[in-house]
Ligand binder design. Sequence first.
Ligand code: NAD
Length: 299
Amino acid sequence: MMISQMNSLSGRIAIVTGSTSGIGLGIARALASHGATLVLNGLGDRAAIDATCKALAQETGAPVHFNGANLLDPAGARALVAETAQALGGVDILVNNAGIQHVSPIEDFPDDKWDAILALNLSAAFHSIKAAFGGMKARKWGRIINVASAHALVASPFKSAYVAAKHGVLGLTKVVALEGAEHGVTCNAICPGYVWTPLVENQIDDTAKARGLTRDQVIRDVLLAAQPSKRFATVEELGDWLRSCARMPQHRLRVPHCRSTGVDCALSLVGSEGRPCLNNCRVSSSSAPGLLASPARAV
Ligand code: NAD
């Protein structure tokens, strides 16, 4: 890789929410390896998190910080942005990735799970964007990337809260894209199909119970059934996609941007001319190599 490419995010301050694990950690790695100063966030064992930060800094050469704000609380989202801006001078890249899942038929769906999924998967993105937006506009540069899901586009049974929250994330993305367009601030959402992470592993048993299937049947006939590649996407593929989104000049984000990375669906929304562009990737990979196949029923 050329040095200029490697340092293309040098000087940019990036927050990745929910980056102590899974997709968020893959995104953080991709941004740090291209020079961004990273603020990791998430829950978990503090000693393990400190070791992750240290390893990431050594591996990439980028400064890596940690903020353990609990994003279930709006005050946590606001504090994450405010403390980062105060300590590092601003927030240039905001990746709203933290998310949780619960699988249950609607008549049994626990109220507290509904509230928590809406609070973390949707409202936390609103509160962190609200806190970061003014600074991005003032500096006339900002990249906001919301990690949605194929479930922002399609539904599956037993995932009422998750599907509702992820559809909401796309609506939020479109509004923020429109409001940021004249100010050098872009907002995009990505809608991956299944990526092998703890969030997916943790729902297999509940899905098996809800549908009366075995684990293997859940993986083959539910999770991967509509995933065109018939394999799980990787966190590295997601990280690569996000990194290019963060680096992209605004004028190149005016059109739907969709790349084949093995992710089963990706969606770009941008409003730099006041018109958000929606590409839900409903194209066949054979007719349009380089674009992605139909959205997977997922996650
Ligand atoms: P994961 O369980 O591996 O990681 C979730 C992260 O969120 C962790 O770092 C965790 O500590 C953090 N987190 C949880 N509760 C939090 C809280 N209250 N405050 C702050 N951080 C908190 O999950 P993942 O699979 O990497 O999912 C990441 C995102 O990607 C989610 O928004 C998910 O909906 C989305 N997504 C996942 C897949 C998939 O197949 N894994 C597919 C599409 C979209």
